[in-house]
Each structure stands twice: as C-alpha cells, then as structure tokens.
Design a protein around this ligand. Structure first.
Ligand code: AHR
Length: 541
C-alpha cells in the first residue's frame, strides 16, 4: 500500500494506467518503481596506502546449539539413517557447510550449555542417558556428544569453541572435560577417551566459562559472575601443548554495569569477552516481526536495528580500552543474527525460521561492521548454523536448501585473515517516510544507503564488499583506490526482484549469486552501479 502511494507521486501516468487495468502484481509494481528511481550517488576511496591490522578469520564463525532441529535432523541423522551420512553426520549439509570454510564452531549452547553434562555424551551411544532439554524442550538422546562434535569440526576444517557449564556444573567437571579432550598422558580420562575411539587428543583453542550468566546461565549479578569466572578460569588448564583462549560471558546492552565490572575484576584472567546482540525488526521481543511477510517499513526498521551493532561494539570497546589499551582481550560477538516470530501454523522445530534476501543484507552489514572493528572484534558466531534463527542451510527430512545468508557468507570468505583496508565512504541516507507495522511503532531513523568494507589478501588482491540497503534505488558509486589504478573489476552480486525473495525446498535457487559486471571506467575512476537491495563483493585488478 505504501509503496503504491509513493509510486503515484513519482510516476502518476504509468501507475494509474497499471492500476486501471489491474495488471501489476506487488512484485512487478515494486520492480517498476525501482526501475524509475534515480540512483543514489555515492563515493568510495579505498585507502590501500594505509593498511591496518589483520581481520581475524573467526569473525565468520558459526554456532550450533542443541536446539530445535539443528543438531538432530539438521546435522546428525545417525549411522543407520537412509539419509546419506558419514559416521552419522549428513553428507549434504556437511558438504554445503564445508564450502563456507567455517573457521570456528561454537557448541553445545547457548542456554543449553549451562545444563549440559559432558559425560552424558561419551561412550557407546545406546548406553547414553536420555535427558530433557530443559532450555528448548524435548528429550536429548545424547547421540551427539564430544566425539561427534569434534568429528564434525574435523570434517568442516573448523576449530572447536566449547562453552562449558558454569551455571549447573562444577569447576571439577569443566576441568575434567578439558583433560578428557586434550590430554595426551596416560591419565584415567585420557585413557577413557582412547577407549571411546579417539587416540590422539584434540586441540581445543577456545573455551568459555558459561553462557549468558546474567540470564539463562544462572541469573547472576556481574560481581558474582566475575568471581565465579575467576574461579572456573583457574581450572581451565592447558594439557599436552594445547593452548586455550579463555572466554568470559559478556553482556549485550548492559555494558555500563556488566562489561565494566568484568573488565575491572577479571580482565587478567580472560582472552575474550562475549557480546550477544540479535536483530529483531521491531526491537520488541513480544512481537518481533515475520521472517517472510514484511513491507518496506519493516525492511528499513530491520536495518535500523542491525546497525545498532555499531553502538554495542563501540561502547563495549570504549570500556575495554580503559582496562586493556593493548587490545589483548578480544570482543567475541558469539551470538548475533535475525530473530523473528515463529511462522504461524508451522511446526518445524524450535526457533526455525525462513531466510530471505533481507537476511543476506543483514549478514553482510554485520560482517562489514566486524571487519571495520577488527582491531577489537576477534570472533563472531552467527546464530545458528542449521535450521535455527539465521541459518546457513535449512533441512526438511532428506531435503536441504542453502539460504541467502549462506551466499552472503560465501561471498565474504575473501576477507578471512586478510589485511583491513580503510575506506572513505560517502553515501546519501535511506529513510522511509511513511508506513507502520502491525506490531506497533518501529524505529524509522535514517540509515546510510550503502555499507562497505575492503581488505587485501595474502596474494595482494584487494576486495571490496558493498551492500545497497535501499530497496528502491541503485547506488552509483564513484570508486578510487588511493595510490593505484584499477583497470578491471570482477565479482559477484546477490539480489532478487523482491525484498522477501527466498530459497525453498521446491525452488532452491530463488536467491543466489550472479556475476557482477555493472561498472565503467571514466577518467581513471571506476563507476559502479550497485542494484537496489543487494550485496556485492568485488576483486579489483
Ligand atoms: O540462540 C538462541 C539463544 O539465544 C541462546 O541459547 C542464548 O544464549 C540466547 O539467549
């Protein structure tokens, strides 16, 4: 409705004619309007003459919790399943995820971590206890435990990041889990691991003491958790040459209290502090908004919410800088992504949600933010990898589909471990002037119409990633690389004709990358035309 009104203002004759014959579907109407809009004029200068530090590849990390159909059904089907699998892990999902070159995988939660007892998940599977999943419902068979998780990490080439149980466990239990996984000695626990089929110890580079200890992890006050963290961290030991980065629970918007107390009282005992922030279109947990049914006002509101990540990172960083000016402690954004209302009438498992072009745009904006703040952000784990929240792949029985978010991650791989190249970006704002959503009022502040980041890889190739946030106007970007001349541009473009375009089991290729070729060279500058609502990743030659 709103877009129709705006269109009438811009192109009355065509709109009236179209409405008169009633021939335009909403998608065609949107497309027609898009075609008529003037592009936003923007400029980017890539300061390749001022390279910064390394972008930690772990900012493209993933998260897999015992929740809904993520582990059971999404990853683990068991050795006897008709779904093709390797040692119980489904081949299609593992193959798709492998292409993402996932650097690090967080497990087993989430809230589930503070109720998980690792001994339940080792030894013969038919002897493992069935326990209620008190956080997310149902019964966990414990068929997927430490060995299965480590097997998955090895198949994916990802480093394990384990969240230990501080909420309902003990320091002894945590210490023994680490010994079981990493000791090469002939201690009883190392022997038990061998007996269970794994001779050599695993490397465990990241281990957290608890999850959201201010909430589902124990409802603790920051002072109490800081003391508990110090106690548990003392027993997170390095065995047999393994070196663990110890991670503490951080906050999300309670940075003044929680982050301040943690940094003041426990910074010396940690190598990382977590930050959780989810994008809810409405910013309201009671009525978050739909994953697939939204108009431009809600598209815009989602991007306003996403960009709040900048504020969270910068406010956390400012406090961390006070106590840790050398930036030794990493900010680990170990839960982020979109969180929508459950789809009515669908029971696809807890926190299952579809994923549209909007999610790919949200993912790319967040990755640009992490890249820009990579001096402090050392890890980020999107929630969650399969079938839960902003997933990479969705499954239904033996079927699997890659989401638009999957492709955004795939395109951004070029930045993994590369050198950050600062950019000077100037772009008009994107604002919606009218409309509301049925969930009530939403934040309609303006957002930049373009988000971008750049890096140089180890072979010297410069990559530029650009997101056009405006769903109506293309961005015409005049781009220069300081100190060098670009002669050729290659890359990929992810877009679709509608904001809520998605991949379904019946139509798995609705949204996927295509080659990018919309540029021209003019007076030693490159003019890029970036389509509305799109993600573009370019290599500059
Ligand atoms: O990702 C879903 C849940 O969100 C996690 O279990 C918890 O840590 C967070 O609140």
């Amino acid at each position: 409705m709103n877009s129709r009104r705006m269109f009438l203002k811009r192109g009355p004759a065509l709109a009236l004619a179209a409405l008169a014959i009633g021939s335009l579907s909403p998608a065609a109407f949107h497309h027609a309007r898009t075609q008529r809009s003037e592009p936003n004029k923007a400029s980017i200068v890539i300061r390749s003459d001022q390279p910064k530090g390394t972008i930690n590849r772990n900012i493209q990390g993933q998260f897999a919790e015992h929740l809904g159909r993520l582990i059971y059904g999404g990853l683990w089907v068991g050795e006897d399943s008709p779904i093709p699998n390797t040692r119980g892990l489904r081949n299609d999902v593992v193959a798709a995820l492998k292409e993402l070159r996932i650097p690090v995988l967080r497990w087993p939660g989430g809230c589930f971590a503070d109720e998980y007892h690792w001994r339940d998940g080792i030894g013969p599977r038919d002897k493992r206890p069935r326990r209620p999943n008190a956080s997310w419902g149902g019964v966990d068979t414990n068929a997927f435990g430490t060995h299965e998780f480590m097997d998955l990490c090895e198949m994916l080439g990802a480093e394990p990041y384990i969240t230990g149980n501080l909420g309902s466990g003990t320091p002894q239990e945590m210490m023994e889990w680490i010994e079981y996984m990493t000791s090469d000695s002939d201690s009883e626990l190392a022997r038990l691991r061998r007996q269970n089929g794994r001779d050599k110890p695993w490397k465990v580079p990241y281990f957290a003491a608890g999850n959201e200890s201010w909430g589902c992890g124990g409802e603790m006050r920051p002072e109490y958790y800081a003391d508990e963290y110090r106690r548990y961290a003392t027993f997170i030991k390095d065995y047999s040459g393994n070196h663990i980065h110890k991670l503490a629970v951080g906050s999300h918007d309670d940075y003044y209290k929680w982050t301040e107390v943690l940094m003041a009282q426990a910074a010396k005992q940690m190598q990382g502090l977590s930050l959780h922030f989810y994008t809810l279109p409405t910013g309201n947990w009671q009525r978050k908004g739909s994953a697939t049914q939204f108009d431009e006002t809600e598209w815009h509101a989602t991007l306003v919410q996403t960009l709040r990540m900048v504020e969270f990172i910068e406010k956390h960083s400012a406090i961390m800088d006070k106590y840790d000016p050398q930036k030794r402690v990493g900010l680990m954004v170990d839960e982020w992504g979109t969180w929508y209302d459950r789809e009515p009438g669908k029971d696809m498992g807890a926190l299952y949600q579809q994923n549209t072009l909007r999610d790919a745009v949200v993912a790319a904006i967040n990755l640009n933010i992490f890249i820009e703040h990579s001096d402090r952000v050392q890890m980020a784990n999107i929630a969650q990898m399969v079938n839960v929240l902003q997933a990479m792949v969705l499954t239904d029985g033996e079927k699997m589909v890659r989401t638009p978010t999957y492709y955004a991650f795939k395109m951004y791989q070029v930045h993994q471990g590369a050198t950050l190249i600062p950019i000077e970006l100037s772009a008009p704002e994107y604002k919606v002037h009218q409309g509301s959503v049925d969930q009530g009022s939403v934040d309609q502040s303006s957002v930049p119409s373009v988000s971008a980041s750049a890096s140089r890889d180890k072979d010297g190739k410069v990559h530029l990633s650009i997101v056009n946030l405006d769903p109506n106007r293309s961005a015409e970007i005049t781009m220069k690389v300081a100190g060098s001349t670009v002669r050729n541009v290659t890359g990929e473009l992810l877009t679709a004709s509608t904001m809520n375009a998605m991949n379904t089991f019946d139509n798995p290729n609705g949204v996927k990358p295509a080659p990018f070729s919309s540029y021209k060279i003019q007076d030693s500058q490159i003019i890029l035309t970036i389509p509305p609502k799109s993600v573009v990743v370019l290599e500059l030659h």
